[in-house]
Design a protein around this ligand. Structure first.
Ligand SMILES: Cc1cc2nc3c(=O)[nH]c(=O)nc-3n(C[C@H](O)[C@H](O)[C@H](O)COP(=O)(O)OP(=O)(O)OC[C@H]3O[C@@H](n4cnc5c(N)ncnc54)[C@H](O)[C@@H]3O)c2cc1C
Length: 437
């Protein structure tokens, strides 16, 4: 037990809270500590596939939108690694995913107050009028010892977790795995004669491209089943990218819950789809691999919903339905990779402790202020706040999980808590105007 009352405790250390920690380095009036359950910083390690890049340009690093002179910028990272010339000469703007992870680790190593190997297992809201605060209970993942820390405010940055449909669970993880485990199982996967991928988002195509490379050394068959009508590009036009701006978030947040849901439905092209460069790579790869009438190295089957998986001796049966022509069929394979996406990761204790104390928009989605605070029933009397950087799509729109806007989120939190403009919170940043007047 430590009696010190911190200003901020951050739960989880992914890029969102890491960026907050980096920006707080220059805010001496706010003292913060952060806890992450993993033994060290790693950004989606199961998907650190060689050759893959971020979907956002390097300016959207942890700090630049708040402070381009920060020592934690990606440009300074390159400078310190003596890689600035190569980056400049290659005229790149997208960061390789493995290098982004290295940049985040480099930043984490320079920051105090980050504690890895500690899971937050409870947060207790002490409302006593004289000293309202939160008690954050933290479990050391090695010793299992629990310690309480005390803080005025909490920032929940617990990220996402794999989304696996219940009809595809319960099978051995070495054979039927989510893409989030791909790099851990890759060596084992490529030993088998047949691999099938379920899904057709960015992760599915990145895994497919990597396996197509592996086919040069190992012989295995590949298939990909996609519920959607085809492999489609993510909208990357400039006017589309303006939806990932503070101005659009202001507009979106001010809409009613119903209007926000309707807006999200109309923005499918910005939310779902595959990076144009990744799709082009896939097409080129297939074109080259089929020169001279060579057999196509992968069967790609759109319009096909995987209804469930079952086991047949040492194989797995994918039960499929081509929904357009209403045709059901089965496909046998040795390994299945589930590219079925992610969902917000909200710890169990959150519901137990806060479900009845906060306001909700529906049974899963909490109400959140523009500056990322949960709204408590006693909000008017409250001066100890619970911020969330997780599960924000319904409140803050399509940019909720976007790395580029995480800096702006952190600016708002820091300025609010410091009660001064530590970092400029810019507006009029885009050419479109979403609201009249
Ligand atoms: C494979 C992949 C690639 C992506 N690529 C891009 C991209 O190119 N561009 C883009 O804009 N977005 C991308 N995203 C989306 C998003 O930006 C990232 O998911 C990003 O990592 C989100 O950051 P975060 O800090 O919210 O969460 P995370 O990175 O998920 O980190 C959350 C951390 O909290 C820890 N944690 C959870 N619960 C607890 C607890 N109770 N106690 C302690 N620790 C806990 C977790 O273990 C984890 O380490 C990608 C997402 C994925 C999955």
């Amino acid at each position: 037990m430590t009696d010190k009352l911190h200003d901020i405790i951050g739960i989880g250390i992914g890029p969102f809270n890491l960026g907050l920690a980096a920006l707080l380095e220059d805010t001496p009036e706010l003292d913060a500590v952060f806890f992450d359950e993993n033994p060290k910083f790693e950004w989606h390690p199961g998907m650190l596939i060689e050759g893959t890049v971020l979907t956002i340009p390097f300016l959207a690093d942890l700090v630049t939108f708040a402070d381009p002179t920060s020592r934690f910028s990606y440009v300074n990272y390159l400078h310190e690694q003596n890689r600035l010339y190569e980056f400049y000469i290659s005229s790149k703007s997208m960061i390789p995913r493995q290098e982004y992870n290295d940049y985040l680790q480099w930043t984490a190593a320079q920051l105090e107050g980050l504690h890895f190997g500690y899971e937050v297992v409870d947060v207790i809201d002490h409302k006593d009028a004289s000293n309202p605060h939160y008690e954050v209970v933290v479990k050391n993942t090695s010793t299992k010892n629990e310690t309480s820390y005390f803080t005025k405010h909490v920032v929940m940055g617990t990220g996402s977790e794999p989304l696996v449909p219940s009809t595809m669970t319960g099978l051995p993880e070495a054979d039927v795995l989510h893409t989030s485990r791909y790099m851990y199982e890759k060596e084992n996967l490529v030993q088998s004669p047949n691999i099938a991928i379920v899904g057709s988002g960015q992760s599915a195509i990145e895994v497919l491209l990597d396996l197509l490379k592996e086919q040069e050394n190992k012989e295995f068959q590949l298939a990909l089943f996609s519920r959607s009508s085809g492999l489609f590009e993510l909208e990357k036009g400039e006017f589309g990218l303006e939806f990932f701006s503070p101005d659009f978030v202001d507009y979106f947040h001010a809409l009613s819950f119903k209007e926000r849901n309707e807006t999200l439905d109309t923005l499918g092209a910005l939310r779902k789809g595959i990076n144009p460069d990744t799709l082009r790579d896939l097409y080129e790869t297939l074109y080259h691999k089929t020169i001279g009438q060579k057999e196509q190295p992968v069967m790609i089957q759109p319009n096909t919903e995987v209804q469930h998986l079952s086991k047949n001796q040492d194989k797995y049966v994918i039960h499929c339905r081509q929904w357009q022509v209403e045709n059901s069929f089965e496909y046998e394979t040795n390994k299945v990779i589930l590219a079925t996406g992610y969902k917000p990761n909200i710890p169990d204790w959150f519901y137990e402790r806060f479900q009845h104390d906060i306001e909700w928009e529906d049974d899963k989605r909490y109400k959140v202020t523009r500056d990322y605070r949960l709204i408590f029933h006693d909000q008017a009397e409250r001066d100890h706040y619970f911020f969330t950087l997780t599960n924000l799509e319904h409140s803050h729109g399509t940019a909720a999980t976007n790395l580029g806007l995480s800096v702006q989120r952190n600016i708002q939190i820091i300025n609010f808590l410091a009660e001064r403009e530590v970092y400029p919170n810019r507006r009029n940043t885009i050419f479109q105007q979403f609201r009249m007047g």
